[in-house]
Write a protein that binds this ligand. Sequence first.
Ligand SMILES: *Cc1c(COP(=O)(O)O)cnc(C)c1O
Length: 353
Amino acid sequence: MAVRTELLKNIRSVEPYVPGEQPQEKVIKLNTNENPYPPAPGVQAALDSLDPADFRLYPDPTSSVLVRSLADYYGVREEQVFVGVGSDDVLSLCFLTFFNSEKPILFPDITYSFYKVWAELYRIPYECPRLDGDFRIVKEDYYRENGGIIFPNPNAPTAIYEELYFIEDILEHNRDSIVIVDEAYVDFAGRSAMELIGKYDNLIVTQTFSKARSMAGMRIGYAISNPDLIRCLNDVKYSFNSYTMSRAALICGAAAVKDRKYLEETVRKIKETRERAKKELVDLGFELTDSQANFLFARHPRYDAGKLFEELKKANIYVRHWEGKKISQYLRITVGTDEEMDVLFDFLRKQLF
Ligand SMILES: *Cc1c(COP(=O)(O)O)cnc(C)c1O
């Protein structure tokens, strides 16, 4: 039975974000920028300490164990930390909390495609300045009046990282707008904009446990800013869902944060594989950006990306491909283990030559 149009007219209809596939069979999975290595060993011990009898109780609504461990890790106050169910939850709440102007918010035309979905969902006007011919953000495009700014650094799916002077320039030109820097991949790149938080009261930095910390399945993300903006974020959270973080996420997250060495070691391995992968792909004739993330953004001048994507998939190698005009000839390839990357290179070598 079709729903009548009288009902439909008051229903919020949106075009949703399309996540990468999560195939249930075993494949070489290089399509959603997960970490190929397991989480820090302390996470197992944290899980073992969980008592299912406690599951009858609600978790701590303030998420204090996790907030405290992040505050210690970054040397900030607990009032400067907000945690959520992945940075998607944190970012969505940031849109709802901070982007309430009549003026358009700004984000790049090629970027994390969820931004557009949230802007549409919350009916926030937006404009998308174009990246330049080398897929770089043009900072001067962000000098105009706006209702807020958001971009990832490194950007996705271009994998390009901008140095802090660049972020600071955008902050300087936008003292009266909230600027959100989405640092999902910053551990693989360079300095974090977190060090600018004391200097700019309009800056919010978000990060995630999904990439460098190997915990995409636990859904943990966070924002660091000044206490006033974090308070605003918490007020909106408590108006939406008080208990966002499960008991398991809170203690596993806190355990992961404690192991700084493990994070550094995992990141080092991925960066090494990434640099080797750049060379291999160039040898195979690919053109790619200078990735500072845990994925590569590459095109082959003589091979259609959509076709290659399908052929890789048939061979059980999953990468990501979008139909969007400017990037339809590119593949986004997550950096896996050396062994996984070798399977990819062997396949490409056979396919291309
Ligand atoms: C992966 C990613 C996120 C969200 O990650 P969560 O798993 O929700 O923490 C946010 N922004 C960008 C740019 C990402 O690539």
